[in-house]
Design a protein around this ligand. Structure first.
Ligand code: CAA
Length: 389
């Protein structure tokens, strides 16, 4: 017997969109997934496909050129794409991550200036928070400086691990404007490609998500108009954190999709591969593995959809729910893909079969947008508060 995955609050509109996405993924994305990984290049054709089908601005309000869709729809779309290709799913997820500082901190004028081109996919966008010595400790060790000079700010410093940084037309950058002010000394800016003093540095060579460029961004006396400052001076760290509350469910969706894709592949394989006279799935050793994988995927999906529903409802506890979803989905992605490789045995270890790529792609979901340890920190603080220093 097969059962359909659980459906939460699928409106007619959402169902129609997901049907289109499934068709695009089956016909255009899945056949490209292995070559995107092997080439290690950004798939511009897939980006165009997503732009033509309005997938790059789902939660952007309609008045600013987006679809005005829900976060729930957005995470389901990311999940569907990630079942076949994690790198392609990241195009949608990072477009969301990069535009959120503008949605959260921007003025109406800034939203009108930047969001329509992002929503249409004419512009790609990236989010630049992390630095060499500031990853998990995003605030404490931030060194990139922004100094006010007349009608502009002059940025100096480097950001690393910036997903899609080399293909982005606009980047939301966080920099210190007042080193003595702690969390209230960070400010957010939109830096446009081609601004003198802004360049792409080292390109990382990675284990997975190889179709998504991860780069260093360098700012050398880079003059950014004050009109590109998001929010007031000192509001940048709070904007950065509020963004992560809404973007972590997107990475959770990518993780869930990877897990669901690996489960589906391993299940089909286990129905066909014969050992000792019957399909391997009917041997208890493999059947029970598949049962555990299925249980984990469905549990993770419930947590994720609830987190997205709370984002849509503007709930007070989205920080907690985003962390719960990211933690569970990331760990499920890693365990389920590892087990999928095991189900396929030697074939699972071969690059000729997709579960090997899925296992490599899964690992990053336990690391970026806050490691699993940071998610636990966020969850623990929401339970018991934090130590006063
Ligand atoms: N919403 C609003 N404000 C928040 C907040 C939130 N979710 N979280 C913290 N703040 C506020 C606090 O209220 C505090 O404000 P005041 O100073 O006014 O009281 C301020 O921010 C500082 O907060 P903390 O003292 O809690 O800060 P901290 O230094 O202890 O760090 C942290 C908190 C949760 C560990 C944070 O540093 C963090 O999330 N670290 C991980 C960073 C991360 O996820 N990086 C990912 C980079 S992006 C990426 O990976 C994308 C990609 O490639 C695809």
């Amino acid at each position: 017997m097969t059962t359909a995955p659980i459906q939460i609050e699928s409106t007619d509109e959402e169902s129609m969109m997901l049907a289109v996405v499934r068709e695009l993924v089956t016909e255009k994305v899945a056949p490209r997934a292995a070559e995107i990984d092997a080439a290690g290049e950004f798939p511009w054709d897939v980006k165009e496909l997503f732009a033509q089908n309005d997938l790059l601005g789902i939660p952007i309000p309609a008045e600013f050129g987006g679809l005005g869709g829900t976060f729930l729809t957005y995470v389901k779309v990311v999940e569907e794409i990630a079942k076949a290709c994690a790198s392609s799913a990241l195009i949608v997820a990072v477009q969301e991550l990069g535009m959120l500082p503008i949605v959260i901190g921007g003025t109406d004028e800034q939203k009108r200036r930047f969001l329509p081109k992002i929503a249409s996919g004419q512009h790609l966008v990236a989010y630049a928070l992390t630095e060499v010595s500031s990853g998990s400790d995003a605030l404490g060790s931030m060194k990139t400086r922004a100094e006010r000079r007349g009608d502009a700010y002059v940025l100096n410093g480097q950001k690393i691990w910036i997903t899609n940084g080399s293909v982005a037309d606009v980047v939301c950058v966080f920099a210190v404007t007042d080193p003595a002010a702690g969390s209230r000394g960070v400010t957010a800016f939109v830096v446009e490609k081609g601004t003198p003093g802004f360049s792409v540095g080292n390109v990382e060579k990675k284990m997975g998500i190889r179709g998504s460029p991860t780069v260093e961004l360098v700012f050398e006396d880079c003059e950014v108009p004050a009109a590109n400052r998001l929010g007031e001076e000192g509001e940048g760290f709070k904007i950065a954190m509020k963004v992560l509350d809404k973007s972590r469910p997107g990475i959770a969706a990518q993780a869930l999709g990877i897990a669901a894709g690996a489960l589906e592949y391993a299940t089909n394989y286990a129905k066909e591969r014969i050992a000792f006279g019957k399909p391997i799935g009917q041997h208890q050793g493999i059947g029970f593995m598949l049962a555990d994988m299925k249980t984990e995927v469905e549990a993770a999906r419930l947590l994720l959809y609830e987190a997205a529903r709370r984002c849509d409802a503007g709930a007070q506890d989205v920080t907690l729910w985003a962390a719960l979803a990211k933690l569970k989905c990331g760990d499920v992605a890693m365990s389920v893909t590892t087990d999928a490789v095991q189900v396929l045995g030697g074939f699972g270890y071969s690059a000729d079969y997709p579960v090997e790529r899925m296992m490599r792609d899964a690992k990053i979901t336990q690391i970026y947008e806050g490691t699993q340890q940071i998610q636990r920190l966020v969850i623990a603080r929401s339970l018991v508060g934090r130590a006063k220093t």
